[in-house]
Design a protein around this ligand. Structure first.
Ligand code: IMP
Ligand code: MG
Length: 181
């Protein structure tokens, strides 16, 4: 499909072939690292869904998927995130890879990792498509990283602005970021 660049975006930062090539590389790396393990890919709804769907189809291993949902943290609330949907399956003793669309401040992943640790997995790794290190508040370990980005707000391939643009096959930068600051 040839999606047009929406008026809210000023440029395509990562086009569809670049994303798909990198996703395949990450999938192959994960497949190599988790051969023979009880691999569970867990993502945080809704942004990670798109990356997860493509990534898991590049991992040629028996694996299972599970989903969490958290409320977004609000500025001024000290980085508190609340879980709104728990895992469906028990992950005790399993090898868990947390699949994220973006690690920005790191507060969300930090919270989700502490939650997952409490379930007693055999191992816990983080795979993020995008890493925006310049805004990091919580130091989080990233085992698999798709792309490192500058401090720009991006949409597409799961990433949204007010719920929109998740379905774009590419990742674009927002034209007027002033509205977000
Ligand atoms: P955190 O700041 O690392 O906790 O990221 C929190 C959430 O902010 C992410 O899961 C995304 O939903 C959202 N987010 C961070 N950066 C972007 C972006 O550039 N575009 C869209 N959403 C973003
Ligand atoms: Mg979001």
């Amino acid at each position: 499909m040839n999606f047009a660049l929406p008026p809210a975006c000023d440029a395509v930062l990562l086009d569809e072939p670049s994303i798909q090539t990198r996703v395949a590389e990450l999938g192959e790396q994960i497949a190599e690292d988790f051969s023979g393990k009880d691999l569970r890919l867990i993502t945080v709804l809704k942004g990670g869904l798109f990356f997860l769907a493509d990534l898991c189809r590049c991992i040629d291993l028996p694996l299972s998927l599970d989903f969490l949902a958290v409320s977004p943290y609000l500025p001024g609330q000290g980085g508190v995130v609340r879980m709104t949907k728990d895992l469906s399956d028990d992950v005790a003793g399993a090898d868990v890879v947390l699949v994220e669309d973006v690690v920005d401040t790191g507060l969300t992943v930090n919270y989700v990792l502490s939650l997952l640790k409490g379930h007693g997995p055999a191992s816990l790794s983080v795979c993020t498509l995008l890493d925006k290190p310049s805004r990091r508040i919580a130091d989080v370990p990233i085992d698999y990283r798709g792309f490192t980005l500058p401090d720009r707000f991006v949409v597409g391939y799961g990433l949204d602005l007010g719920g929109r643009y998740r379905n774009l096959p590419f990742i674009g930068t927002l034209r007027d970021e002033d509205v977000l600051r």
